[in-house]
Design a protein. Structure first.
Length: 129
């Protein structure tokens, strides 16, 4: 999103972003609480946001989180088979970013910087960085 974006464009961008994010959350089988935390919103707002016609705005941070999640999803789908790609975020991981924790928990706990580290990590695994 750019600063020059008009109000007319904002709801459409948010709608598309939330639809894609919701699809990823379903494929990862994450409960509403975790999905809401990843999107940096309350669970009640998330329940409203994932329905068609949501008219709320997204912050720049929320858009960056959603963009990172979509990139993480894409990397996982390219690098792993479908079943592992769908389960990876919820599995304990001994990789350097996770120290035995589940990636989803580290992203929720550490916020946007961790989203970006995870995305970079996965891109490097698949040879993209």
């Amino acid at each position: 999103m750019s600063i020059a974006m008009t109000k007319l464009e904002s709801p459409r961008v948010a709608e598309v972003a939330l639809k894609a994010f919701s699809s990823v959350m379903e494929r990862w089988s994450l409960p509403n609480g975790q999905a809401a935390a990843l999107a940096d919103m309350s669970e009640s707002t998330w329940k409203r946001a994932k329905k068609p016609g949501f008219s709320g705005d997204l912050t720049k941070d929320q858009m960056l989180r959603i963009s990172a999640v979509i990139g993480i999803f894409k990397s996982l789908e390219l690098y792993f088979g479908e079943s592992l790609a769908r389960a990876w975020v919820s599995m304990p991981n001994d990789g350097p970013l996770f120290e035995g924790a589940r990636p989803v928990d580290t992203m929720i706990e550490d916020g946007l910087p961790q989203f970006l580290r995870v995305r970079t990590y996965l891109d490097a695994l698949r040879g993209g960085a």
